[in-house]
Ligand binder design. Structure first.
Ligand code: PGA
Length: 246
């Protein structure tokens, strides 16, 4: 199974659902549709209405983040996994570099993963090195640390997906070379095998579009993509899927 996951970040109002309706109608007719799943993560404000609309359709709605507590608590603006699940979210991103940059610690991330899984959300756990770490050849060490500090064997690996997003590649148009990327993805899968015995799916994210996907698709170890900028346009998002299976 391959995954095409869109991350809208701080984008979208109710009528932006038209973007997803177009993606859904492409998906429903695509001869390759059995091979992949489409998941979109709009902002909190749109999850309930979009999840309702797509309830019996093929697009899954997820969240971009969740609070590190289980149900209800006195945290202003907190949104818990329980609350997300109750409005129809099926997935949540956790550990996106935007949120790590705003202070998400490994302990906070561990609690987010734990409570998301407890509330039947599938977790897309994001990891990635920054520019300086890459320059100092620290990529593999950094990624191993990010994985082992948060993920535990007792977590159900069937409900976890890992997304490798080099921070220097997000929104920049810069991408790793094919060799770098296949080495890194294999490394991540080996670390995950040590934690879980079997590796969950590992996605790539960072400047994925209809052009760069031509390079990424040659690396068979990549199980799918986390797509930022290009997920805000139905055409760009569909082009990624079309070019991947071409
Ligand atoms: P990008 O973002 O596709 O715009 O590079 C990816 C992400 O931040 O998830």
């Amino acid at each position: 199974m391959r995954y095409f996951i869109g991350n809208w970040k701080m984008f979208g109002i109710p009528k932006s659902i038209n973007i997803l309706r177009k993606i859904n109608s492409f998906y429903s007719k695509d001869k390759n549709r059995k091979k992949y799943r489409v998941i979109m993560t709009p902002p909190y404000t749109l999850i309930e209405s979009y999840a309702k609309y797509f309830k019996n359709k093929k697009i899954f709605i997820g969240s971009q983040n969740c609070y590190q507590k289980d149900q209800f608590s006195s945290n202003t603006a907190g949104v818990s996994p329980y609350m997300l699940r109750s409005v129809g979210a099926k997935y949540t991103l956790i550990g996106h570099s935007d949120n790590r940059g705003e202070g998400d610690s490994d302990l906070m991330l561990k609690n987010k993963v734990r409570f998301a899984l407890k509330n039947n959300l599938k977790v897309v756990f994001c990891i990635g090195e920054n520019k300086i770490e890459k320059k100092n050849n620290k990529t593999l060490i950094v990624l191993k640390k990010q994985l082992t500090k948060v993920l535990e064997r007792k977590f159900n690996k069937n409900n976890i997906i890992v997304a490798y997003e080099p921070i220097w590649s997000i929104g920049t148009g810069k991408i790793p070379t094919a060799i770098e990327l296949s080495t890194t993805i294999l490394h991540i899968k080996n670390v995950l095998k040590n934690i879980f015995k079997e590796s969950p799916a590992v996605l790539y994210g960072g400047s994925v579009d209809g052009g760069t996907v031509e390079i990424f698709k040659k690396i068979r170890e990549i199980d799918g993509f986390l797509i930022g900028g290009a997920s805000k346009s139905s055409k760009k998002f569909i082009d990624i899927i079309k070019n991947y299976y071409r």
